[in-house]
Design a protein around this ligand. Structure first.
Ligand code: SF4
Length: 188
């Protein structure tokens, strides 16, 4: 079907009027589509991927994530997201996502399901063991013995999604463990 110059201008005028009235673009017939996030609960968050730390809005319905988009009020990204951040929705809604802890024992060739209680206990045990085996209490420097209380068997790296307070706590925890090799992704 052909579109005359008059039809085209009419449609364009209706679309411009719709945009001016509602801030949303109208279609060629002059109809303004409804907001697709209308009625959904929204929560702000920060993208977990990189050190840019873009702000996001997560829309949920009945506790399930149905949409994620850039937060226009966030000072870092002002609503924009890179392709990776734009696809974050697929991390939450993905049939291949692991939702239970998978553990492969030393020398085993298969994964086994474990509870979070078991996992936290296991991580704490291994951290304590590693710290104790690698803890240096004193060091001789220029012929003098100095207390250093240094854990040389462990390193810690803060991730991009940590906020100031979480970084502070992680730093405190690392130093309590004697960790000297302490870094953050944003500095690398
Ligand atoms: S949206 Fe992209 S640029 Fe922004 S924090 Fe996420 S990965 Fe980084």
């Amino acid at each position: 079907m052909g579109v005359s110059r008059r039809d085209f201008l009419k449609g364009g005028g209706a679309a411009a009027a719709g945009l001016a009235l509602t801030g949303k673009p109208a279609n060629a017939a002059g109809q303004v589509p409804g907001l697709r996030t209308k009625g959904l609960a929204s929560t702000t968050t920060v993208c977990p991927y990189c050190a840019v730390g873009c702000g996001m809005i997560v829309h949920t319905k009945d506790g399930k994530i149905v949409n994620i988009e850039g937060d226009p009020e966030h000072p870092i990204n002002q609503g924009s997201l890179c392709s990776k951040g734009s696809a974050l929705f697929q991390v939450a809604n993905n049939e291949r996502r692991l939702t239970k802890v998978q553990y492969r024992a030393p020398n085993s060739d298969k994964w086994e399901e474990r509870s979070w209680d078991w996992t936290m206990e296991r991580i704490a045990t291994l951290m304590k063991r590693t710290r104790d085996r690698n803890f240096v209490k004193q060091e001789k420097i220029n012929g003098e013995m100095y207390t250093v209380n240094r854990n040389e068997g462990m390193a810690m790296l803060g991730a991009a999604a940590l906020d100031n307070e979480e970084c502070y706590l992680l730093g405190k925890f690392a130093r309590a463990m004697g960790v000297g090799y302490l870094e953050h992704q944003a500095r690398i």
